[in-house]
Design a protein around this ligand. Structure first.
Ligand code: PMP
Length: 355
């Protein structure tokens, strides 16, 4: 730490990306919930074309993207705000709307806690019940902003729209953020509820089903006023937050729904098959609606499975915290070929350890 750093940043806890960098070379990377498939050819072609115009600043409103998404969900373009990944949208939300604190599940996307700490937002965590978001516990939030991923991460378990609506209606003083990073893999979107509720934000990303994690593009949808607040923050600190190549790639992806649909179908098929195979090997595997599985073995520790796979150049995600999930690992669904290699190594691990 230099002597010039503001004291408020003296004890930051950045998001842990070490496992991700390590997995770059020659590893099968089943640790960061990316798509194993390349972006749509149309996304690549549009982005290449856009690279010719990089001498100009990018469109601060992402007008073409906003028009396309508005058409897809029957919204008006100003209801949509784009972020450099949905992480940036979450950051804007923590800045804008968490004066009364935040609330999120105790087992969920780790970035919420990191952002809360960074912005000095007081937060509470609500325990899951049998690994499910327990709607009855999300009451009397006293104006805290509620963050819930649907499906949740790292469990992969989805919530019903009925339950989401119950959280929204039982907390009229709170803003409810439904983080739909993984929604395309099997959950129901809350997007149709935004016309009814002025306390709902739905966030989305191009990083998962649209194979564009490296492009950094996410967005949110609200009834309108909330979006204007977020846009004001964005335009104050980072007006050109989405680069021109990414905007173009995003548009190409949205114009090629067939490609995304095909990849989602494949990932879901491979996910369900991998789940059955793991269950046959003695794993408990939660019922995933996402592009990953959350699994623990009946007799082998989560750490042991993680480290043995790593020796075999396969990265999955191990969580040592909180203790109740330390025997679970999160496994991103790769290509059928990658998952076959993974399952073969897993078979070896379970046979050796249980002998
Ligand atoms: N929400 C959840 C639940 C996630 O798992 C992730 C990905 N790590 C994100 C949001 C952010 O994704 P991105 O910034 O790539 O859109």
């Amino acid at each position: 730490m230099s002597r010039f750093l503001h004291t408020k940043f003296s004890s930051l806890t950045p998001y842990d990306t070490s496992g991700e960098i390590e997995s770059m070379n020659g590893y099968i990377r089943l640790n960061t919930n990316e798509s194993p498939y390349p972006p749509s050819p149309k996304a690549i072609a549009y982005s290449h074309e856009a690279s010719q115009g990089l001498n100009y600043y990018s469109d601060p409103d992402c007008s073409k993207l906003a028009a396309k998404i508005a058409e897809m969900y029957s919204l008006n373009p100003p209801q949509i705000v784009f972020g450099n990944g949905s992480d940036e949208i979450l950051n804007f939300i923590f800045m804008a709307f968490c004066e009364n604190g935040a609330a999120f599940p105790n087992i969920t996307y780790s970035f919420y806690k990191i952002l809360a700490d960074f912005h000095g937002v007081d937060f509470i965590t609500i325990p899951l019940k049998d690994f499910r978001v327990d709607v009855s516990s999300f009451t009397a939030m006293n104006g805290r902003t509620i963050f819930i991923p649907n499906p949740n991460a790292p469990t992969g378990i989805a919530m019903s729209l009925h339950d989401i609506e119950a959280v929204i209606t039982s907390n009229p003083q709170s803003l409810v953020v439904i983080d739909e990073a993984y929604v395309d893999f099997g959950a129901n979107s809350a997007v149709n509820l935004i016309s009814q509720y002025d306390n709902l934000i739905v966030t989305r990303t191009f990083s998962k089903s649209r194979s564009m994690a490296g492009a950094r593009l996410g967005w949110c949808m609200t009834n309108g006023e909330l979006s204007q607040d977020l846009r004001n923050i964005k335009n104050t600190i980072t007006p050109y937050n989405i680069n021109a190549m990414t905007q173009a790639a995003g548009l190409g992806s949205l114009e090629d729904e067939e490609y995304t649909r095909k990849n989602i179908d494949m990932i879901r098929r491979v996910r369900d098959n991998t789940r059955s195979r793991l269950q046959e090997m003695g794993f408990t595997v939660l019922d995933s609606s996402a592009n990953f599985l959350f699994a623990k073995h009946e007799s082998i520790s989560g750490e042991k499975i993680f480290s043995t796979l790593k020796k075999n150049r396969i990265m999955i995600r191990h969580f040592s915290n909180p203790p109740e999930i330390s025997d679970y690992n999160r496994i991103t669904i790769g290509t059928p070929e990658e998952m076959q290699i993974f399952l073969d190594v897993m078979k070896g691990i379970t046979e050796n350890e249980t002998k």
